[in-house]
Design a protein around this ligand. Structure first.
Ligand code: SF4
Length: 488
């Protein structure tokens, strides 16, 4: 049964956020602050590993950063002027302490720790191969593959060992490593997940999103290139291109996942989201009195919609920001209040108005259905839904945690059917061309597989291929009803 978070975070979740810093006497504290800005990328566990040049020092645990780092004394332990950090949401491997990253391991070449964002698509085949050669895995996380492959390499330097490992891995990885000599970061040749490089004085900083740089006062320099490894030690920063770039960056980071104050893939997330909203208004205009967003993720695209359509933007839903993990698996009694805990409709704004609701995406549709009901309940005279992305019909194997196809409402229902399921006057989606138009000023190719079914890395795992089959419509509908009933 889905847990409470599934009901109210009916959105894809990214696997993780990573951070690395070299050359600052308070490296661990700055890494901690940077991870705070990346907390939206993962809330299941958090960890920092620092180095004083002799040893690696880890502090890791389950929960939010604030749960793991409870007092200042932990930073006294995390000595040294280089550190890496990680916040995790598990998409492969279970949510348990053994899978908490950074993973720390002893190898014949010394101790190292690794933090990974993304999903390795050939994990199972590689795991079987390594196990047949005697490898013993300590975790169920695909990220452990880095450790085993690096440990097996006979290459002379850590960056070359990582390059050998990276060439065997398929799928998505933006990865940070720490050794007693320094830090190493890399991005897969498709550049699925973002990874930016910045400077804070003489220190080098790397993070999944530049909002982490803003928080610690670092300056963005450039993205780590797809297929590039950067090694930072006392000798400076060295770049190694281990593969040609074949860019297919995750477009969903721009639509939903990254924070709007971040700069990823060489562009401003805010700017792209506003364009998504503007193009959506051009493609699907509607006579209405007000435009509202579903906070916070669709605020910016709703502003763009309002700007282009001339329909006034209003705050029609209030989000409760204090729902924590304590609400997982609530009692039946509490579930009867579920639909009002996270969002409340503002009657004074909505009553008697023709309302356009802009959302960034629909995954299951269950949360949106509940929100629409509360907008009607607040007295709206018409409700029109506009989605700033195309229908999500296909699963993601590159690090975004979608439900299976049978849980993706657009995989088994037409937009018209979804419109009637939601109970709205109209539902329209932005076209894929519209999404690509919004990203046009970035010189990049994007992965659009969850909308188009065109997977840039060929799927070889039979379980993943089986996931692509059309879901049984009747069965999928019945399952959706079950989810809805547990929300009532
Ligand atoms: S399938 Fe969708 S969510 Fe996954 S990487 Fe591609 S665009 Fe992003």
């Amino acid at each position: 049964m889905p847990n409470f978070h599934d009901f109210f975070d009916d959105k894809p979740r990214d696997k993780c956020g990573v951070m690395a810093l070299y050359g600052h006497p308070r490296a661990a504290e700055l890494t901690y602050l940077g991870l705070f800005a990346l907390q939206h990328r993962g809330q299941e566990s958090a960890g920092i590993v620092s180095s004083d040049g002799q040893k690696l020092i880890p502090v890791r645990g389950m929960g939010l950063l604030a749960d793991v780092f409870r007092d200042q004394s932990q930073f006294k332990v995390l000595e040294g002027s280089w550190a890496i950090g990680h916040v995790r949401y598990s998409t492969t491997g279970s949510s348990s302490l053994t899978n908490v990253q950074p993973l720390v391991v002893n190898t014949k070449d010394g101790v190292l720790a690794v933090g990974h964002n993304g999903n390795i698509t050939n994990e199972k085949a590689l795991r079987r191969k390594l196990e047949s050669e005697g490898a013993i895995f300590q975790t169920t996380s695909d990220s452990e593959l880095f450790v085993h492959l690096i440990a097996r390499s006979k290459a002379p330097t850590i960056s070359e060992r990582l390059a050998e490992a990276a060439k065997q891995l398929e799928g998505a990885f933006s990865v940070v490593l720490i050794t007693a000599d320094g830090i190493v970061v890399a991005r897969d040749p498709h550049g699925f997940r973002p990874l930016a490089m910045g400077r804070k004085g003489d220190a080098y900083v790397f993070a999944s999103e530049t909002c982490a740089f803003d928080l610690i006062g670092a300056t963005y320099e450039r993205d780590v290139m797809a297929g590039e490894i950067l090694t930072v030690t006392s000798r400076g920063c060295e770049s190694l291109r281990y593969a040609e770039s074949e860019l297919s960056m995750c477009v969903f980071e721009l639509i939903y996942f990254a924070r709007p104050d971040s700069h990823i893939y060489g562009t401003s997330v805010d700017k792209v989201r506003r364009k998504l909203g503007k193009i959506l208004a051009e493609e699907h205009p509607v006579d209405a009195d007000i435009v509202i967003s579903i906070p916070d993720s669709s605020n910016t695209s709703a502003l763009g919609f309002s700007h282009r359509s001339g329909v006034k933007y209003e705050i029609g839903l209030i989000r409760n920001h204090y729902i924590g993990r304590t609400f997982i698996n609530p009692s039946q009694f509490m579930r009867s209040y579920n639909s009002r805990i996270k969002y409340n409709a503002v009657r004074g704004v909505l009553e008697g108005r023709r309302v356009v609701v802009v959302d960034d995406s629909i995954v299951r549709g269950t949360t949106l259905k509940k929100i629409v009901a509360s907008i009607w309940g607040a007295g709206a005279s018409e409700v029109h839904v506009r989605i700033a992305s195309p229908p999500v019909r296909w699963p993601c194997f590159y690090g975004m945690d979608y439900p299976t196809r049978r849980e993706l409402i657009a995989a088994f229902a037409t937009p018209k059917e979804i419109e009637s399921y939601l109970g709205v006057n109209s539902l329209r989606y932005l076209s894929l061309e519209g999404v690509l138009e919004a990203t046009r000023d970035t010189p990049s190719n994007y992965c659009t597989a969850c909308f188009s079914g065109n997977y840039p890395v060929k799927l070889t795992d039979p379980a993943q291929i089986a996931e692509l089959a059309d879901p049984d419509k009747e069965w999928a509908r019945a399952e959706l009803e079950k989810v809805l009933r547990t929300m009532e």
